[in-house]
Design a protein around this ligand. Structure first.
Ligand SMILES: Cc1cc2nc3c(=O)[nH]c(=O)nc-3n(C[C@H](O)[C@H](O)[C@H](O)COP(=O)(O)OP(=O)(O)OC[C@H]3O[C@@H](n4cnc5c(N)ncnc54)[C@H](O)[C@@H]3O)c2cc1C
Length: 560
């Protein structure tokens, strides 16, 4: 086995939990979304003794519910957030270079119609600025298209009143798998990591936070984890942790809910991602191509309530469909087209903005008690630079209060994510399609390479003794049975939802959310994890409960 993928399994988790009980760490990261994952990676690369605990699965919070864009954020130009656009454009460039399998260029088309809030000439000026913010090093500079060209390129655009369009580039990613790759790299760098490890309280001594009380989500066991400093990277749960540290802590977040729907690509075919507008409030949204599918969204509404219980409702769906029909009348999308819908919370910093849409996406780092740091707000795109800034803060604190210096230089600007050592993506992909073409379809090879990069061979190696593992889990999708085994051995997948919802995207990509294939996946996972018949049945039942919640917006149609 090549060294690109280390074991990262239930056994690794158990060993890590044991180490957490017996080690004093320099840095404890709370939260295994993209922000926590990247802080742990950066800290471990600087040689700090680093632990990360995640209450559920990695990326199970907002980091698997985004629009999956690594983007400069063209719309932030409107609110003059030039610093954010500059930073995000730079991070997009690094991400494309350091994780070419997980972050791919994506063309965008911005159509302009008569009566739109901004005429074509204004959008064109904005696009020049957008190219300038990327120091003219984006994938390609923008182009301005006349009406005829725009309709020839993207016939789905509403022709009525169209004055033209601009064409520009951003990038798309797989948010859950990007988070996982960062977690795996943190593990490789020496961070001690466990999912299903919930911080239920903070340990304090003389006004200082000195550790956390952690509950193992699988066994219910509790233990104390000692650390010199702590990074609260809990996204929408930020205020819960701030309250744990200080019961009088003021509320910092103003979370907003964002919903997306997924439809078959052939129902609304586009080459590029295309912006769309809500006829209700003029909000800008996107139609995003996603393999065989198109993703449409998102909404942006204030949310109060449990961050673990966020689901799409009928109003969200109506709003998105109305916007899609307004912007793409030819497709005339309706509810029966929808394969699935997902909802997430933006962990935005509180403000007096009249609507969530106007709240800034900038992040903030707070130190509310000695050694207790919180990072709030931010974006998926800026994960690397946010982490660098946070670890700089932690390093200053550890240096001044504990006399600790980093034992390694660290640095993440040029560090490649696992599987991403691919100098030329298209050449590599073409080579692999050629090599594996007698065993797999080009779609399957493309899926394997864009999911695992150079690590695809680890997945196929699992099937060497058992050809059945090269069979697809579901005939219409490219996921192989071997990927389930790989998820358990190398990606710390512990539940059906981990595999069906985040290691693969079956949950989002079939109309029954993977309900039918769940027992088969339970059998494959169970054989690896030693599940009894009873445990398999319990896993399937738990999964069905999640499926039913995700289908609530369907009303009477909730039960399968
Ligand atoms: C609809 C939507 C679309 C978006 N689209 C984009 C986009 O296209 N591009 C972009 O750049 N950004 C986008 N964003 C923003 C981006 O997704 C988020 O900024 C980012 O994912 C937040 O990551 P996080 O790690 O801070 O939070 P999360 O991913 O929510 O992670 C926090 C983690 O902390 C864990 N946790 C909570 N409490 C505890 C505890 N007590 N103990 C242990 N663990 C705990 C949670 O389980 C969770 O996994 C979007 C956001 C939304 C909602």
């Amino acid at each position: 086995m090549s060294s690109s993928v280390l074991a990262f399994s239930a056994q690794t988790r158990q060993e890590n939990l044991d180490r957490m009980r017996s080690t004093q760490f320099d840095i404890l990261v709370i939260g295994g979304g993209v922000t926590g994952a990247s802080i742990a990676r950066d800290a471990a690369l600087r040689g700090y003794r680093t632990a990360l605990v995640e209450r559920a699965d990695f990326a199970s919070g907002t980091s698997s519910k985004s629009s999956k864009l690594v983007h400069g954020g063209v719309r932030y130009l409107e609110s003059f957030e030039f610093g954010l656009v500059f930073e995000a454009s730079r991070e997009r460039r690094y991400a494309l270079r350091n994780s070419p399998h997980l972050v791919r260029p994506l063309p965008f088309v911005f159509p302009v119609h008569k009566g739109d809030p901004r005429p074509l000439w204004q959008i064109t000026i904005g696009m020049w600025l957008y190219d300038a913010m990327a120091t003219f090093r984006n994938i390609e500079n923008h182009q301005t298209w006349n009406k005829g060209h725009a309709l020839r390129q993207e016939p789905v655009i509403g022709p009525q009143g169209l004055t033209g369009a601009t064409h520009y580039y951003d990038a798309a990613t797989d948010d859950a798998r990007l988070t996982l790759a960062i977690i795996q790299d943190a593990h490789q760098a020496g961070a001690v990591i466990a999912n299903y490890a919930h911080v239920i309280d903070l340990l304090q001594k003389d006004g200082q936070v000195v550790g956390a009380q952690v509950r193992d989500g699988l066994t219910g066991d509790e233990f104390e984890l000692r650390a010199r400093s702590m990074a609260n990277a809990t996204g929408p749960w930020t205020d819960y942790l701030l309250k744990m540290a200080d019961t009088d802590a003021a509320r910092r977040l103003r979370p907003t809910k964002g919903v997306h729907i997924i439809v078959p690509r052939e129902r609304i075919r586009s080459q590029a991602a295309i912006t769309m507008n809500s006829p209700r409030d003029g909000r800008l949204m996107f139609l995003i191509p996603w393999g065989q599918f198109s993703v449409l969204g998102t909404t942006d509404t204030d949310y109060e309530g449990d961050p673990a219980d966020v689901w799409a409702d009928a109003d969200d769906i109506a709003y998105i469909l109305e916007s899609a029909r307004h912007s793409f009348p030819v497709a005339n999308l309706n509810e029966t087209d929808i394969i699935s819908a997902y909802a997430g919370l933006r962990p935005l910093i509180g403000s007096d903005a009249p609507t969530g849409y106007k709240v800034s996406r900038e992040h903030q780092i707070l130190r509310t008690a000695p050694g207790f740091f919180t990072i709030a707000g931010g974006k998926l795109t800026t994960w690397r630079s946010m982490a660098e800034e946070m670890v700089d803060e932690l390093a200053r604190y550890l240096g001044s209060e504990h006399g600790l210096s980093p034992s390694q230089p660290g640095g993440t600007v040029d560090r490649i994510l696992p599987g991403g050592d691919i100098p030329d993506w298209y050449t590599y992909l073409a080579e692999k399609v050629g090599e594996l073409g007698n065993r797999f379809s080009p779609e399957t090879v493309t899926h394997l390479i864009s999911t695992y990069g150079t690590g695809y061979s680890e997945v196929l190696a699992l099937a060497e003794g058992d050809a059945r593992l090269t069979e697809p889990l579901i005939p219409s999708l490219p996921y192989l049975k071997a990927e389930v085994i790989h998820a358990v051995r190398h990606e710390m997948a512990l539940t059906l939802e981990d595999v069906l919802g985040r290691r693969t995207h079956i949950f989002d990509q079939v109309r029954d959310n993977g309900f039918e294939v769940a027992p088969q996946v339970a059998a494959l996972m169970g054989a690896e994890l030693g599940w009894s018949e009873q445990e398999r049945a319990r896993q399937v039942e738990d999964y069905q409960g999640i499926v039913e919640k995700a289908r609530r917006w369907r009303g009477d149609n909730t039960r399968l």
